[in-house]
Design a protein around this ligand. Sequence first.
Ligand code: 13P
Length: 341
Amino acid sequence: METTKLQNIAQALVARSKGILAADESDRTIKKRFDGIGVESTIDNRRSYREMLFTTPGIEAFLSGVILFDETFRQSSQAGIPFYKLLADKGILPGIKVDKGTVPLPDSPDETITAGLDGLSERLAEYYNLGAKFAKWRAVITIKDDKLPTLAALEANADIMAQYASFCQGAGVVPIVEPEVLLDGNHSLERCAAVSEATLAALFSKLQEHKVYLPGILLKTSMVLPGKEFGDKAAPEKIAAATLSCFRKVIPNDLPGIVFLSGGQGPVEATANLQAINSAGQGVPWQLSYSFARALQGEALEAWKGQAANLPRAQKIFYHRAQCVSAARDGQYSPAMENSL
Ligand code: 13P
């Protein structure tokens, strides 16, 4: 295992002022997003949309990496440049989603485990040769009353993520491990904190058991938030305190960074919460950055609407959101920046 190389990549992904764009929506997920703007999910529309994002002038100031779906990894710009190369030429590290989605857990069918370990080392070798520097694997954790998640689901997902991480490091690719605690449900902030703590404790225990090299991985995780149907939203300061308190209890110091998913929060909400976390988290041993999909893309997707004529406006909006999120990652965001578009 080339530990120095892995460590350098992980650190580059969480460099100051930068974070990761998650643009790795599966066919099903991107169809859902396109349905929302009345655009058909064809191969070429997906290609054009991703090209709009990746060719946004100056976006490399805010993006250390982009996570791609397999189809996108094999697509090119209109000018014929493969997307992974177009990104690498801008100094943005190309990454790849390698999990194969979720399947129900046989003895707890309302919970899932993530598929994709079969053939993983061969796929990683191919992506590595094409220039992939990092990979992502998402596990889904559901909160339901005091019944879910089960310890069995947390441990099964943690074990699979540790195996995935081990395969990645063997292939020279930095693994991002993503146990997403879903926002769905009416649970309280405190319940989310307890579940997040148990999820991360199980994960780091399995990573250690499988001898994964922690300086050469990143954690992608949810912020600690009350459920979508809980009623009251929590203030950013409260979210920041709960999130950091959870991390301090269970995350080892030698992990280089934590990147947040947005999880269905609105773009301004996710930006304000990231700001509060960075502002309260000065002095923690990990970089606290972003790997948003919806919160970075949502406004630009709405502006684009599948029309080439909307491209400059969509890119401007995408640039502005990335600028705000980057400022939040540095603890430098203020709501007044929302007016600077
Ligand atoms: P959201 O930011 O839309 O939650 O997506 C992040 C992601 O990559 C989920 O796997």
